[in-house]
Design a protein around this ligand. Structure first.
Ligand SMILES: *[C@@H]1O[C@H](CO)[C@@H](O)[C@H](O)[C@H]1NC(C)=O
Ligand SMILES: *[C@@H]1O[C@H](CO)[C@@H](O)[C@H](O)[C@H]1NC(C)=O
Ligand SMILES: *[C@@H]1O[C@H](CO)[C@@H](O)[C@H](O)[C@H]1NC(C)=O
Ligand SMILES: *[C@@H]1O[C@H](CO)[C@@H](O)[C@H](O)[C@H]1NC(C)=O
Ligand SMILES: *[C@@H]1O[C@H](CO)[C@@H](O)[C@H](O)[C@H]1NC(C)=O
Ligand SMILES: *[C@@H]1O[C@H](CO)[C@@H](O)[C@H](O)[C@H]1NC(C)=O
Ligand SMILES: *[C@@H]1O[C@H](CO)[C@@H](O)[C@H](O)[C@H]1NC(C)=O
Ligand SMILES: *[C@@H]1O[C@H](CO)[C@@H](O)[C@H](O)[C@H]1NC(C)=O
Ligand SMILES: *[C@@H]1O[C@H](CO)[C@@H](O)[C@H](O)[C@H]1NC(C)=O
Length: 481
């Protein structure tokens, strides 16, 4: 905690002579109903969280009096060229992005009545519906679109599922499973209808936590029966399950979600850079907690703070700031020229856990280093060395038979010769292995984490066929949200 405060202080004092040129953010959805039941959706609370998060970013980067204004960003009336957003075609994630953007650019009548009004030649004038609600296009990605991999690269990825499944076979998993069996028994009376008597165990660590957590927030008849220490323990076990099923330094497919998110972030940053800072100044992805935790492992944030082994709270965000050292809010620096951009443009990583008033957007060093910012060229190189930047790479790492992989595979094998191995995680392995070590010794209970997803998935599919849900395909698409 002290360390984090230190980082934040360093950040606020360093900033006097900086100009921010762009931001790429990734958000988790807000509070929702449990994903164990069909038709799950964002609650009003969840919508407010995403909206508040958007307002937070507005106050930091967009508004007239923003604390870290993005140079040239329209403060009130959105300029569609400056904002880009994308989410998988899932109500929960699209709505989260929508609510966030509503906070980023509130209805125009609330900001500037004159700007919100359009006059016609015949003397009549109009404001838009809903107080001149500001429409911002969100690129929705269907599961069959190749661009869905940049947000949810773990979906429809067979080798990812196989890698998660292999975790079930590890002694680590068995030990945790055995040692927590008794603890989980106390939730059987509440959950056996949903998970079955045998299902209330570490095998379903996330589902058990999710059901209990959602009930503790929304179901009055159950909330009183949940001890907060039990909920913490369930959260800890869910954290462990998710960390272990989404990160393993030796298995690229296990961390595929983070690898492609890295590719997506680089692609979007490149659009800002390629436009000389004129387009795509604020960019948003809306995605899932498992991608966050995979990213925390892959970029070695877990070595900065063990807290990064934990799932982020609802509507948490990570953000990458593109900035230059010179200039300030009154005289912002120009965007660096193409041949200077690698050295002059800087990238800073930030994380905000949840949306509580107290939640700070703090800077943390990536890649096991100490620097809170890296020059763009160096940042790119580090990210490219651990990320996935082409569709063909994803298809190969996943063993995917998606339609879009037919052509992508050919291009990719052409580029790589005969090799079909997955992407390399060079440079990270030792540090990442250390992170696993830390994960393993961390904790409320002295056991080692392990997991499987496959069983867990097939269990869900079984339940699905028993009539609890619509289509198992749909369900697995919207699995980890
Ligand atoms: C900026 O202005 C808004 C609206 O007038 C106000 O609510 C907010 O507190 C101000 N922020 C800062 C950092 O001064
Ligand atoms: C002005 O034009 C608009 C669009 O054609 C029409 O709906 C509106 O009734 C007109 N106003 C007047 C005062 O004629
Ligand atoms: C990580 O991957 C290695 C290599 O495949 C495997 O031996 C190990 O059991 C895995 N660890 C976990 C915790 O899944
Ligand atoms: C877990 O329990 C099972 C069944 O009692 C036992 O066969 C297995 O050896 C145990 N595994 C570990 C790692 O304790
Ligand atoms: C609250 O939990 C009880 C017991 O599981 C269940 O019967 C009821 O439907 C739940 N209520 C809501 C609003 O989810
Ligand atoms: C960046 O964008 C430019 C212009 O669109 C493109 O030519 C280039 O290939 C892109 N580079 C990367 C690394 O994505
Ligand atoms: C975020 O908050 C959750 C729950 O409060 C916690 O478990 C996790 O460790 C936190 N993550 C970080 C990086 O602080
Ligand atoms: C910038 O760095 C990238 C590698 O990250 C490299 O591919 C590119 O050629 C460099 N551009 C210049 C102008 O040096
Ligand atoms: C793409 O390549 C991977 C790995 O070589 C393979 O498993 C997969 O089936 C291929 N997909 C298609 C559609 O050809």
């Amino acid at each position: 905690m002290l360390f984090e405060l230190g980082l934040i202080v360093a950040l606020t004092t360093a900033v006097a002579s900086e100009t921010v040129h762009g931001v790429v953010a990734f958000t988790r959805h807000g509070d929702r109903t449990t994903r164990m039941f069909p038709g799950y959706h964002l609650t009003h609370l969840g919508a407010q969280q995403a909206y508040n998060s958007g307002q937070f970013y507005r106050q930091r980067y967009v508004a007239d009096n923003a604390s870290f204004p993005i140079a040239g960003m329209a403060p009130d009336k959105v300029n569609s060229r400056q904002v880009w957003a994308s989410a998988p075609n899932q109500g929960l994630l699209l709505q989260t992005a929508t609510n966030f953007l509503q906070g980023l650019y509130p209805p125009l009548s609330q900001l500037d009545e004159a700007m919100a009004t359009e006059a016609l030649t015949n003397g009549s004038s109009y404001t838009g519906p809903l107080d001149s609600y500001q429409f911002i296009l969100i690129q929705g990605q269907p599961a069959t679109s190749q661009d869905t991999i940049w947000i949810k690269g773990d979906d429809n990825c067979p080798f990812h599922i196989a890698s998660q499944k292999s975790y079930l076979k590890t002694p680590e998993y068995q030990t945790v499973f055995n040692e927590t069996l008794k603890f989980y028994q106390r939730f059987v009376p509440l959950l056996s209808d949903i998970l079955g008597d045998d299902g209330v165990s570490y095998e379903n660590a996330y589902e058990v936590f999710d059901l209990m957590n959602v009930a503790s927030i929304h179901n009055e008849s159950i909330a009183g029966k949940i001890e907060s220490s039990d909920l913490d323990q369930l959260r800890y076990l869910a954290d462990m399950w998710e960390y272990n099923t989404n990160f393993n330094a030796s298995e690229p497919a296990r961390m595929i979600g983070a690898k492609t998110l890295i590719g997506g972030i680089l692609r979007q940053m490149n659009t800002t850079v390629a436009s000389g800072g004129r387009s795509n100044k604020f960019q948003l992805f809306s995605g899932s907690y498992d991608t966050f935790i995979s990213f925390f492992g892959l970029t070695d944030l877990t070595s900065v703070s063990p807290d990064f082994h934990g799932l982020p709270d609802y509507a948490s965000t990570i953000a990458f700031e593109l900035f230059t050292e010179d200039g300030d809010r009154d005289s912002p620096a120009n965007f660096p020229s193409a041949d200077a951009v690698n050295e002059t443009l800087q990238v800073r990583f930030l994380f905000r856990n949840g949306t509580d008033g107290a939640a700070e957007l703090g800077a943390f060093p990536l890649f096991g280093g100490a620097d809170l910012a890296l020059p763009y060229g160096q940042f790119r190189e580090r990210m490219e060395s651990i990320g996935i930047t082409s569709v063909g790479q994803w298809c190969n790492t996943c063993g995917s038979s998606q339609d879009f992989c037919v052509a992508a595979n050919e291009t990719y094998s052409g580029l790589r010769g005969a090799s079909t191995s997955g992407s390399s995680s060079s440079g990270l392995s030792n540090a990442a292995a250390g992170a696993i070590g830390a994960a393993v010794t961390l904790g409320v209970i002295t056991i080692v984490g392990a997991t499987i997803y496959m069983l867990h998935r097939s269990r869900r599919k079984t339940q699905t066929s028993a009539g609890r849900s619509t289509s198992s395909e749909k369900r697995s698409d919207s699995d980890s949200v």
